[in-house]
Structures are given as C-alpha cells and as structure tokens.
Write a protein that binds this ligand. Structure first.
Ligand SMILES: [Zn+2]
Length: 209
C-alpha cells in the first residue's frame, strides 16, 4: 500500500512559504526538528511534505531557506537544478514511496551554472570538460531564449535561470506519467520557484495549483 500524504499540495506550498518567511525574519524553528530526540523519532520512516530540486550552489540549501527540520524535505541538487533521469526518478520515489504531495523546482539569482552557460554562448570555443559541457548543453536552450537586447550579462543570467526553472517544471510533468497523473487528480502539485539571494525570499513563478 502506498503512503497517504499527511497534508494536501496547497498546504504543503503554504508550509514551505511560511518556513521561508521565518528564514527571512530570522525566526527559525528548525532546531526543534533537528534535535536528537526528534532525530530518533524518525528512524521508522519519513514523510517529507515537499520534494525540492535545487541548485548545488552553496548559498541555496533548501532546508535553510525553508526553515525545515529532519524528515521534512526530500532534496535533489545539482548545478543548474537540472531534471535528468536520476533527479526525476528520485522525485518519483518521494511521491510514490514517501507520499510527497508537492514537487518544487527552485532556481536562484546570480547562478554560477547559468553564468557558465551564458559565457559559453559568448565564447563557444572555450572548453572546460565533457562533464561541465553536459550541464551547459542542458542550459543552452534557456540561455538562447533569453538573449537580451543590451549587454547586461547579469540580467541575462537571471532571465535564463528563470526560463530554466520553467523548462524543468514543464519537463517534470511531461516526462513523468506518475507525476502527470497525480497532478491531474489533485493528489500533488508541481511548483516552479525563484530564490533571491539578496532578499532571501522565494517567489512562485508557476504552479499547477
Ligand atoms: Zn546555481
């Protein structure tokens, strides 16, 4: 039998955004949910209320940004918050095995991965490594779709990062029959979000709610 979500998708998003507000205001409560007695209470199983696909950037840990404790968030991270077989499979795992009612793709301002992709668009002959190229190649459509009229490179990086969030959001639903069916039935929601490094706030760019 599959686990039943403890809360609905709308409540899960509200809970994330409330946690983000506490983070911004410095009114953290996650230490209550990281203490040793809390930790041992989770040994029998997990019921994360949200899965988050975020950038590996050291400034964007979802558990801090959403003031979350142990067992609350199912987090997948890589440079550029890219959906691939392992991140999509992981999120499907959170949904089917842990009853997760919400999946969020979260991009952020001043993203180094998008910065590298913009730099590669300007100087494609600069080759770093096959592995980095794979990330840049996946970010390329977002970079090309947002090329600005001006030379404002930081604006280009941020616009491309937002476009990348929306692309990953669409791909998550399109490439996963499990997620697509659960979104259609209202069992879960998918959200595309944007984290501003300077303000600390997370903004919802798009949602199935
Ligand atoms: Zn980043």
């Amino acid at each position: 039998m599959q686990p039943k979500p403890q809360i609905g998708p709308k409540e899960a998003l509200d809970k994330l955004l409330e946690g983000n507000r506490r983070f911004v205001e410095g009114a953290h409560t996650h230490t209550e949910r990281t203490a040793s007695d809390y930790r041992t209470s989770l040994v029998a199983g997990q019921e994360p209320f949200a899965a988050v696909l975020a950038c590996a950037d050291s400034r964007t840990p979802p558990e801090h940004i959403f003031d979350a404790g142990l067992g609350e968030l199912f987090v997948c991270r890589n440079a550029g918050n890219l959906l691939n077989l392992s991140t999509l499979g992981s999120i499907e795992f959170a949904v089917t095995h842990a009853g997760c009612p919400l999946a969020m793709v979260m991009g952020h301002s001043s993203c180094g991965a998008l910065n590298a992709a913009v730099a590669a668009a300007k100087a494609p002959e600069e080759y770093l490594s096959h592995n980095i190229d794979e990330i840049v190649r996946r970010l390329w459509p977002s970079v090309l779709a947002t090329k600005p009229e001006t030379d404002d490179e930081s604006q280009w990086v941020d616009e491309a990062a937002k476009k990348n969030v929306l692309r990953m959001y669409e791909e998550m639903i399109r490439q996963s029959p499990i997620i697509d069916a659960r979104v259609k039935s209202g069992e879960m929601a998918v959200v595309g979000a944007w984290y501003d490094l300077s303000t600390g706030f997370v903004e919802v760019l798009k949602s199935t709610l």
